[in-house]
Ligand binder design. Sequence first.
Ligand SMILES: Cc1ncc(COP(=O)(O)O)c(C=O)c1O
Length: 468
Amino acid sequence: MAAATAISGVGLTLGISTSAVRSRTSLVTMAVSLDEKTNKSLTLTKSQEAITAAKELMPGGVNSPVRAFKSVGGQPIVIDSVKGSRMTDIDGNEYIDYVGSWGPAIIGHADDQVLAALSETMKKGTSFGAPCLLENSLAKMVISAVPSIEMVRFVNSGTEACMGVLRLARAYTGKEKIIKFEGCYHGHADPFLVKAGSGVATLGLPDSPGVPKAATYETLTAPFNDFSAVEKLFEDNKGEIAAVILEPVVGNSGFIPPKSDFLSFLRKITKENNSLLIFDEVMTGFRLAYGGAQEYFGITPDLTTLGKIIGGGLPVGAYGGRRDIMEMVAPAGPMYQAGTLSGNPLAMTAGIETLKRIKEAGTYEYLDKITGELVRGIVEAGKKVGHAICGGHISGMFGFFFTEGPVYNFADAKKSDTAKFAKFYWGMLAEGVYLAPSQFEAGFTSLAHSPDDIEKTIAAAEKVFREI
Ligand SMILES: Cc1ncc(COP(=O)(O)O)c(C=O)c1O
């Protein structure tokens, strides 16, 4: 086993077979053949052993599929600890981390101030199952930050937030159909698991076994950034559409920003049709700007979902919006939604401390500066040695694709050379850089990433691009 776990740069000695790879939004089949050599080596013996054991205990050895490295081949790396911009695995390898626990770590991992506040809160207990003052504090912060939110309900994950907001939109409008976009992920609740793209898209066929047709029957899909597809769905389903839900900047098929008028177009068409506009800001909330994508683009939706950053690394989600809509939520109104651990004091504390820090002057300027440098550096380095590559960023959210681009939607994103991405991925790991293990995921920087981290990452990319 030890021999099989030594990884030399991109030259894996592991047998990696052609695999059907499930990104979070679609099935992508790719062949991974990693046979080049670099002079860097990465010992992952303990990680390999831990994952082999984990596979006997948990499906695929993980508790969330994207962690399994299926898109890049090989075995996932098992993490021992995180601090600032760094992660250390159980074999003792250190990485500059651009996943940030998939978004929450905007001030860096295991921040001292957050840890200190958590240990104070912990002295009073970990869960009350009853109201606490911390809920008021975080609610006030969210309401004053996010333009569309006049009232908020805290839950425990982004999935829960999206489930709740969908029920609310249907309850408020009395309509059942929704429009979502191909490549946008809104958690794993049945109605959102609709296959992106292809001929079945608008038929609302389920994307996973176990999702009943009835659960997705009312889910209509359109390509992101496609004005006429949305117009047609409204025409064909007159008076029946409860809401349009989207990631205002897509992060779940890689980084894809909206075309300049797309969000204002959605605002207008939803108003004209008495439908609600829902921004799923689980990823973009407090990430693109303190007030999220809606502040950044100046478009105010009716309802918003949040998660990730507002929990500061603990499990939190939220949905909120106009007061008249939110007052339909139980117990103020008839729309039922509940949660045993919702609003628990630890999660509220981590959220409050994180928001306090990112509210300070200069946060988003700094994130924009370092992230812009990072993406420009990577894209230029790739182009210099002849790779087809394009990329972009807003504040501390970024992505790049192994294709000439431009990338406006998931179909464009799928033109990426995913086999090349896999080689690049392992090459970067060997250089001490941890990227999201899929071409179809956005990356994140944090206030803890230093200009030196960025320089090192670009230098690593230059080296790896020459080798793949
Ligand atoms: C935009 C968006 N919505 C919803 C979710 C689901 O959140 P969670 O994984 O916390 O259930 C995610 C998760 O990545 C997301 O990015």
